[in-house]
Design a protein around this ligand. Structure first.
Ligand code: DGL
Length: 274
C-alpha cells in the first residue's frame, strides 16, 4: 500500500463518488480513500445529532489513514458538521456547499436559483446562506427531494421508476423563472439526465463536484509547499470502503467511475462517541 498521504472522500453512500470522480480527473496522482456509509444511508431524513455522530464515525475511521485533506462529499453532513470538523482536524477540510453556491452564481443570469437537496440540507438553509453571501440580491427556491437518494442507492438511477419519481417531485419547480438548479445532494448528478429532461434545456444544472475539486487542488498545492508533505507520484491505488453491501457499491462505482474499483466492507459504529 502507498505510503503517500491520501485524500479522504466521505459520504452517506455512493453520492460522494460524483465528487471523487472529479477529484480523480483534476488530481490524477492523488490516492483517494473513499468511505460510503451505505448501511445507514440516507442521512438526509435523520436528526442533526445522528448525522453528526455518523459523520464523525466516518471521519475517525478515515483518520486511521495518513491524510492530506478530507472532502465531506455530502451536502447533508457539510450542512451539519463542516465547521466542527474543521476545528477537530489538523488538515484541510473541504465541504461541498460553498463550492456549489459559487458555481451557481457564476452561471445564473436571471438571479433566480433553485436548490434541490435532502430534507436536512433544505431545512438548514445552508445553500441559501452560502448563495446570498456571494450575491445578496438572488432569489433562491429550495425543495427537498427525499425520494431521489433511495433510487440512486438501489442502482435504479436509469429506470422508469426514477423518471416517474423525478417528474412528479420536480413538478412544482417546472415553469418557475429559475435558470439555474443546484443539485444540492451529491447523489443527484447520477439522476442528472432525467432531471435535465424534466426541467428543460433553459435550466443549467450545477453539481458541486467540479468546483469542490478545484478548491481541493488549491489547498493541496498550498500544503505541498510545506516540506513535510511530498507531492504524490505514480499511479494511485484508490481504496473504497462501504459499511453496506460491497457488490452493489462496486457495480454503481464501476459504472460511474468507468474503471475497476477495490471495495472493502467495514462498520463505522465503534469509532466515535460524542
Ligand atoms: N449524498 C448526500 C448529500 O449530499 C446525502 C444523501 C442522504 O444520505 O440523504 O446530501
Amino acid at each position: 500500500m502507498s505510503r503517500e498521504r491520501a485524500i479522504a472522500v466521505i459520504d452517506s453512500g455512493v453520492g460522494g463518488l460524483t465528487v471523487a470522480k472529479e477529484v480523480m480527473r483534476q488530481l490524477p496522482k492523488e490516492r483517494i480513500v473513499y468511505v460510503g456509509d451505505n448501511a445507514r444511508c440516507p442521512y438526509g431524513s435523520k436528526s442533526p445529532e445522528e448525522i453528526r455522530t455518523y459523520s464523525f464515525q466516518m471521519i475517525d475511521f478515515v483518520m486511521n489513514t495518513p491524510l492530506k485533506a478530507l472532502v465531506i462529499a455530502c451536502n447533508t453532513a457539510t450542512a451539519v458538521v463542516l465547521e466542527e470538523a474543521r476545528a477537530y482536524l489538523p488538515l484541510p477540510v473541504i465541504g461541498v456547499i460553498d463550492p456549489g453556491a459559487r458555481a451557481a452564481v457564476k452561471v445564473t443570469k436571471s438571479g433566480h436559483i433553485g436548490v434541490i437537496g435532502t430534507e436536512t440540507t433544505i431545512r438548514t438553509k445552508a445553500y441559501e446562506r452560502a448563495l446570498l453571501r456571494v450575491q445578496p440580491d438572488l432569489t433562491v427556491s429550495g425543495m427537498a427531494c427525499p425520494a431521489f437518494v433511495p433510487l440512486v442507492e438501489n442502482h435504479m438511477a436509469d429506470s422508469d421508476e426514477a423518471r416517474r419519481v423525478v417528474k412528479e417531485t420536480l413538478a412544482p419547480l417546472v415553469g418557475q423563472e429559475l435558470d439555474t438548479l443546484i443539485l444540492g445532494c451529491t447523489h443527484y448528478p447520477l439522476l442528472a439526465p432525467i432531471i435535465q429532461d424534466v426541467m428543460g434545456d433553459q435550466v443549467t444544472l450545477i453539481s458541486s463536484a467540479e468546483e469542490t475539486a478545484r478548491e481541493l487542488s488549491l489547498q493541496i498545492a498550498a500544503i505541498e509547499e510545506q516540506p513535510r508533505i511530498r507531492p504524490s507520484t505514480g499511479v494511485p491505488q484508490h481504496l473504497f470502503v462501504t459499511s453496506g453491501e460491497t457488490n452493489r457499491f462496486r457495480s454503481i462505482a464501476e459504472e460511474w467511475l468507468d474503471c475497476q474499483v477495490h471495495v472493502e466492507q467495514h462498520t463505522m459504529e465503534k469509532s466515535f462517541q460524542s
